[in-house]
Structure formats: C-alpha cells, structure tokens
Design a protein around this ligand. Structure first.
Ligand code: IPM
Ligand code: MN
Length: 352
C-alpha cells in the first residue's frame, strides 16, 4: 500500500470546515484505491497569532519541508491587520518552500453555474500557470520621505532569468502532458512593461523554439486576456503569466468556472513540498455556520492526489465532484447549495 505524509493547515475562518470535507473525500478515495494518507495537523493562522504573536515559527517551516504535500484551508482573519498573515504565512510558505508555480485550472463542470451567456462546459477548460515566487510579490521596494507630502513608495517587480525560465519550462511541459490543443499563451504587457515582459517574451520564444517545437506559442496582453476570458474562453488551453497578472486573472477564471466555491489551486515545487488550497479566502461572515461550499477544497485534495501520482484516485474524485455538481447541487454559492457543508462532502464521498 502506498502511503503519503500530508501536512494539514486548516487555517482561518471557514478553512477548517472545508478541509474537514476534503479529508472526508480523500479518505473515501484512499480506501477505494488502496492509498494511505498519514495526516499531521498544524495549528497556524490568525487565532494562533492573536494568542501567541507567532505567525509562522522557523522550526515549523523546517518541519513542513519533510512533507511532499500540504493541504491548506484559508488564511486571513478580520482582527489581524491585512498583510500580516498573507505575507507572513501564505507568501512565506510559497517562497521558502520554493513553490514557484501556482497552478490554477479553470474548468466549468456545469453550464448552469457559468455567469457567461451561452457558454457550455466544454468551452471553459483551461489552466493558468502563475509564476509564484517573483514579480511584485517579493516585497522588494520601500518608502522615501514616508508620511510627508513628498512621500515616495516603490514596489519593484522582480523577474530573474532563472525564475522566469523555470516557470516557462513547467508551463511548456504541462501543456505537452495535458495534450489538449498543445497551445501555450503567454499573458503579459510587452507594450508597457518593456523590461520585465521583454525578458518573459524572449525566454518564451527561445525555450519554445529550442525544446518545445510541438507546442503552439501564442501571446496576449493581460488586459486583452481578461476580455477573451469573458468573450472567448474556449480559445485558451494553457496560459502562463507572472505573479500579479496570474493573481488577477485567476479570480476572473474562478468566476467563469462557477465561483470561489469550486476554484482550487496548487502551489507547486516539483522537487519539494507542494501546497494545495481552495483559492477563495477565509470567508469570515460564513464561519461556523456550515454553509460554505467545500467543493473547492475537495478539488484541491484532488489536485494533491494527482500531483502525488495517484491519477486514478484523483480522477475518481473529479468524477464524483462532477456528478454532485450536475445532479445534486442547486448553486455553488455559500448558503444556496441546497445542502450544508458536511452534506456536500458526504455527497462527493458517497459518489466515490
Ligand atoms: C491568492 C491570494 C493571495 C495572493 C493573497 C492572500 C496573498 O489572493 O492566493 O490568489 O495574492 O496570491
Ligand atoms: Mn488572489
């Protein structure tokens, strides 16, 4: 029997509620496919910070390195100043564990849940590969003359050849493996960000020409990308982009696939510890009510199994999610599903 050590961080708000359902579904899939998951819980998040002043102890980062995967619920607490947990916990883990890819599939499971008119499930099925360690999110920059009328705030976008290249290579490989249209779209802003996206564009074509001549290369400015995602989402197969553009377009992606209730992502270090999470936040106003949609967390669990090499078990979870979405659920929105959080977990687990 194959066994995997998994770190579990429920985190803030509705995080623990949705992770509970993801674990329920993972348990069902594990039983069926003869897998064993050894779970270890880590108590991190806003409550811990408010009690102890600790966001993420260094020793814990070292411990987490020993796991192939982490399942994360949500980070963000209404009583903690914005930025403290996001930067100190979520971004710190992404950076220190070198999870340099943020993989975000945008897949519509049922056209009833798409806000776009006349789009069918087969029209919305693409994957965004977001660079996850660089760009505007590294925290490089600073203030000059802070608090005076002459104040200057600089936030620098960091783009290294190494960082860009490893992201592009992952995206090309992923497009090849996905084997759908074998088309990779670089989403950038070459007409204005003439340094950063010049590097991205040069590397994109160099690498593509040399090592991935079977993959079609396409380019779209980020503003045009948001337009096409609404008007012609069927044009996309795999999209690769920098950290901030990826952050923005994947929220749009989440909406066209039916909302935050279903959108999942993986922070990937192909050689180290990866971390899987629903991409919606901690939803403080729904916390503890049993109304939040756990499907995004369940899909994060599915991505985790797929990443661990358990393709069959992952496919079974996806099929069970699709069945639940198509045949049972009234809405993907919190409180409107026609079921409570735990019942949705049961529906998926039973469908496995
Ligand atoms: C996301 C979130 C994070 C990000 C925040 C919470 C730091 O919006 O995962 O997309 O910007 O990456
Ligand atoms: Mn985001």
């Amino acid at each position: 029997m194959k066994s995997y050590n998994i770190a579990v961080i429920g985190g803030d708000g509705t995080g623990p509620e949705v992770v509970r359902e993801a674990l329920k579904v993972l348990e069902a899939a594990s039983k069926k496919f003869g897998i064993k998951l050894n779970l270890q819980n880590y108590d991190l998040g806003g409550e811990r910070f408010l009690k102890t002043g600790e966001v993420l102890p260094d020793s814990m980062v070292q411990e987490l390195r020993k796991f192939p995967a982490i399942l994360l619920g949500a980070i963000g607490h209404p009583d903690v100043k914005p930025g403290v947990l996001e930067k100190g916990l979520l971004l710190r883990l992404r950076f220190e564990l070198e999870q340099y890819i943020n993989l975000r599939p945008v897949k519509l499971y049922d056209e009833r849940f798409c806000p776009l008119k006349d789009k069918k499930a087969e029209d919305i099925d693409f994957v965004v590969v977001r660079e996850n360690n660089e760009g505007l999110y590294t925290g490089a920059g600073g203030f000059v003359f802070k608090g005076t009328p002459n104040e200057i705030a600089v936030q620098e976008s960091i783009n290294t050849r190494r960082g860009v290249e490893r992201c592009l290579r992952f995206a090309f490989e992923f497009t090849r493996k996905r084997n759908k249209e074998k088309k990779l779209t670089l989403c950038g802003k070459t007409n204005v960000l003439t340094f950063a996206f010049d590097l991205w564009e040069r590397a994109f074509h160099e690498i593509g020409q040399k090592d991935f001549s079977d993959i079609k290369r396409d380019y779209a400015h980020v503003d045009a990308t948001t337009m096409w995602m609404v008007k012609n989402p069927e044009w996309f197969d795999v999209v690769v982009t920098d950290n901030m553009f990826g952050d923005i377009i994947t929220d749009l992606g989440a909406m066209v696939q039916g909302g935050m209730g279903i959108a999942a992502g993986g922070n990937i270090n192909p050689q180290g510890t990866s971390m899987f999470e629903p991409i919606g936040g901690s939803a403080p106003k729904y916390t503890g009510q049993g109304v939040i949609n756990p499907l995004a967390a369940i899909c994060a669990g599915q991505m985790m199994l797929d990443f661990l090499g358990e393709q069959q078990a992952a496919a079974a979870i996806e099929a069970a999610v699709i069945k639940t979405v198509r045949e049972k659920i009234k809405s993907l929105a919190a409180g409107k599903m026609g079921f409570n959080t735990s019942q949705v977990g049961d529906l998926v687990a039973n469908a496995i």
